[in-house]
Design a protein around this ligand. Structure first.
Ligand code: NAP
Length: 195
């Protein structure tokens, strides 16, 4: 990326079960309302009024979510697709690859507006985001149970992204909901490229 681009924090957020599963038949394999509230709080948080975050979606994720998610405050949505030429209803943009979405957020007219780029899956979008030099934080909820899944979070280098013992704004104790235990985790990039 050239110098004229305004660097943004690229963050991944996902809930991941034992064995790395994240989805089944186009949906989340679990129903964890408080975990979902945590997700909403993270992606909608901005440092001051008037700022916005960019949420990056794969096409299937976009269509598998209810419209209430698309109307969240402080968020612009970009859907990634190589086959769609116009943004789907309620989305603001469509881009054909991850780099184009990041570039859009880092260039005028959005560069002054966008604070954080939140990557919300699926697998290929996460994979591309993990390769991006601006990717600094992974918010991964460890769902401490086995679920039958057909979509998985990609492998990543845990020497490069280090699990944090504690992280601001992230409860460190184990949670339990609907009989399922889970814990919020943050992995932080530890290299010179990290923010
Ligand atoms: N547990 C969690 O936190 C979590 C988070 C996210 C998703 N999920 C689950 O994951 C599943 C959906 O994920 P998925 O991996 O199957 O599908 P997906 O990434 O949402 O959608 C795949 C499609 O999106 C487009 N696409 C994806 N990555 C792209 C890229 N880097 N560049 C350009 N286009 C890209 C392509 O569309 P075209 O074919 O049009 O090019 C591709 O066919 C669902 O079950 C969902 O519930 C779970």
């Amino acid at each position: 990326m050239e110098r004229s681009l305004r660097r943004k924090s690229v963050r991944l957020i996902a809930a991941v079960s034992r064995g790395g599963g994240i989805g089944k038949n186009g949906k989340l394999p679990w129903n964890l309302p408080s975990e979902f509230q945590y997700f909403l709080k993270k992606v909608t948080s901005v440092s001051r009024p008037g700022k916005m975050n960019l949420m990056v979606w794969g096409k299937l994720c976009w269509y598998s979510n209810s419209t209430s998610l698309f109307l969240l405050p402080n968020i612009l949505h970009v859907v990634l697709s190589k086959t769609m030429s116009t943004a789907p209803d309620h989305a603001h943009f469509v881009r054909e690859d991850f780099d184009s979405a990041v570039r859009m957020a880092a260039e005028p007219p959005l560069a002054d507006l966008i604070e954080t780029i939140w990557v919300v899956g699926g697998t290929q979008v996460y994979r591309d985001a993990l390769q991006h030099p601006w990717c600094d934080l992974l918010y991964l909820t460890d769902v401490m149970a086995d679920f039958d899944c057909d979509v998985f979070f990609p492998e990543f280098d845990q020497e490069l992204f280090k699990l944090q013992d504690k992280f601001p704004g992230v409860p460190s104790e184990i949670q339990e909901e609907c009989g399922i235990k889970y814990k919020f985790q943050v992995f932080k990039r530890e290299t010179a490229d990290g923010v």
